[in-house]
Every structure is written in C-alpha cells, then in structure tokens.
Design a protein around this ligand. Sequence first.
Ligand SMILES: Nc1ncnc2c1ncn2[C@@H]1O[C@H](COP(=O)(O)OP(=O)(O)OP(=O)(O)O)[C@@H](O)[C@H]1O
Length: 260
Amino acid sequence: MSRDGLGAERVAWSAGGRLIVDGVAIDAPPGAVTGLLGPNGSGKTSLLRLLAGVRRPDDGSVAFDGTDLLRAAPRERARTLALVEQDASTDLPITALDAVLLGRIPHRSLLAGPTADDRAAARDALAAVEAEHLAARHVTSLSGGERQRVHLARALAQQPRLLLLDEPTNHLDVRAQLATMTLLRKLAADGVTVVTALHELTMAGQTCDHVVLLSQGRVVAAGPVDDVLVPAVLEPVYEVRVDVLRHPRTGRPVITCTES
Ligand SMILES: Nc1ncnc2c1ncn2[C@@H]1O[C@H](COP(=O)(O)OP(=O)(O)OP(=O)(O)O)[C@@H](O)[C@H]1O
C-alpha cells in the first residue's frame, strides 16, 4: 500500500465470543483531524488499540505511509505513532516530567538516559498542554484533567507522525478542551495524521475534517463532517432527535440532540 496517512482495511477483532470490531476500513490522511464517533460500546477504544498495535486484529491490515504497522517492530511503531488512552492511569511514583520523558524512549539508544534534548522536548510538550507547572508533581497526585494533559504531553514528546487519541478532552474544562482541539489542528497542519475518538458531536463538527461513525463495531458512515453530521445519519445511530445549526462565526455544524 503506498498512500500517505493511515489506511486500515477489513479490521476485525473478537473478544468474549463476540465480534467487537467488524470489518472496519478507515482512511485518515495526513494534515487532517479525523474524528472517530459512535455511541458507548460501538468499538472506538477497541479500534484505536488495534490501530496502535496494543492489540492484534484477528483479520485485516493497518498501514501508515505505506508501511505495514502490524508487522513493524514495537520500537519502529513507537517512533511512528503515539496513543493517548482514555483514563490512562499510572501508579508509578514518578513526576509528571519523568512520565513525559517516557515518550522519548523510542528515540534514544536502549541503555542511555535522557539527554538535554530529551528534557527540552519533554518541557516543550508540557508547555504545549499548559502543564509546565506540574513538572515536579507526582502523577499519582494529579487531578483527572491534569493527568490527561500529562498523558497528551507524553504522546507529544514522542513526536509521532500518527497520533491516536481516545476522548482526549473528557476530563478537561472548557478552555482546556478548546486548547486541546486547537493543538490537534496545529499538529495536523504540521503534517501529523490525527485520529481522535470523541463523544461531543459539536466538538467534532468544529474541529474535525473527516469523521468516521461506528455503530456496533461497524463503520456506518465516513466522510467530511458536513456529510456525516446530519440528522439522517446520526438519528438512527444515537436514537435521539438531531438538529444541526450553523455556528455564527465559523459556519461549522453545531449539533443539538433531544430525546426522540
Ligand atoms: N476485552 C474485552 N472482552 C470482552 N468484551 C470487550 C472487551 N473489550 C471491549 N469489549 C466490549 O466491546 C464493546 C466495544 O467496547 P469499546 O470500549 O471499544 O467501545 P467504545 O465505543 O470505546 O465505548 P465508550 O464510548 O463507552 O468508551 C463493548 O461492548 C465492550 O464491553
């Protein structure tokens, strides 16, 4: 496969005797933010873990910039992609700076400690998520939102070409949510391929270029936000009444949901 960005085909994974991810195909181009949407249990987290190589699919292929990610060595994969997991927890008694420095490991020789460049990259990553002030704090003492920023910083320090995120804003206050989505847009503008699971449909409408909508482990719609974030597509999947308004300044979709 030779196209740029992420290309997954026929990805399937079963667990507990059930097909959880059912023949999923995804195309996520570089320079774009692709949103992964779908109701609870539709398979977003499972799919992200398969794409990241945390789990191995039972079937299908996952390629990035023409390289087969499923066959890539773990270190090569860690230099290519970073996954920001939902509610990732760390019980290690390490500081936030040390947690972010973990993101530098794929970039240095196995036995070497962090270099001055690694420390600078880690501090830059903490600054990018407005968490410099947390550098010396133990991660176990951080709030949910603070921890979420540190996990994102760890992924940024990894300097991935493919960034996969699982609901990266679910613990963040409104300002931090907006800052995170602005950061994702900036990373995409710098050429990173960004794929993020989201629950907030309006946030997806304001931030994403493309969206992939999952239901019961299958892709039920994929394409530009204006094609997918429409009542005819969303209502049967979420089983709510959907109205799509236009944001007065951005012109992008604002989605309101009411009980059907
Ligand atoms: N290891 C597992 N064993 C059995 N079932 C699993 C396993 N992992 C996930 N599932 C099931 O697969 C389905 C999809 O789960 P997944 O976490 O991928 O959904 P999701 O779309 O991320 O959901 P949410 O929006 O609630 O985070 C769920 O029904 C879940 O219970």
